[in-house]
Design a protein around this ligand. Sequence first.
Ligand SMILES: CC(C)(COP(=O)(O)OP(=O)(O)OC[C@H]1O[C@@H](n2cnc3c(N)ncnc32)[C@H](O)[C@@H]1OP(=O)(O)O)[C@@H](O)C(=O)NCCC(=O)NCCS
Length: 141
Amino acid sequence: MEFNLSTDIESISWKELACLFELAPLGKRREPEILEVAFRNSQLRVFAFHGAKLVGAGRALSDGVWRAAIYDVAVLPEYQGKGIGSKIIRHLIDAAKVDVIMLYAVPGKSKYYERFGFRKMATAMAIMPNEEEARKRGLIE
Ligand SMILES: CC(C)(COP(=O)(O)OP(=O)(O)OC[C@H]1O[C@@H](n2cnc3c(N)ncnc32)[C@H](O)[C@@H]1OP(=O)(O)O)[C@@H](O)C(=O)NCCC(=O)NCCS
């Protein structure tokens, strides 16, 4: 199967992307309008297509010199395991052009990210909207 990566945000159907995140699955249901704001406000975004079908996506915040953070990497279930997620992550790492790139993996995905060079940080901290829920999900200590 041939897949193409695109950074063209104008051709994206935000409903299709919301559907992709729901099916992947990744996090809670996202409203297409809010998803559009998040992707437009991210300096780096990349979309994977199989023909005209949107099959994967990812985004990153980057200051372009020192620091970046990767978010929302997801691939449609029937397209997972074909290297698309890796292409998306490698694209974001290369495009970020910074020395430190962070991400927070959903529980169970840390091993996947290790293959790209990500290592667990001993001092990373986060403010979560719902601390109890985040603790239950294994996101914070
Ligand atoms: C995570 C995700 C983006 C990976 O995309 P993908 O296209 O399936 O990944 P790739 O095909 O590039 O890589 C698959 C490889 O990763 C490995 N892998 C997948 N999940 C893994 C895990 N939890 N731990 C270790 N390895 C894992 C597979 O075994 C496979 O190994 P192989 O290359 O040796 O065969 C995709 O599975 C997905 O969308 N998941 C649901 C959403 C999600 O959890 N996103 C990540 C948020 S942190």
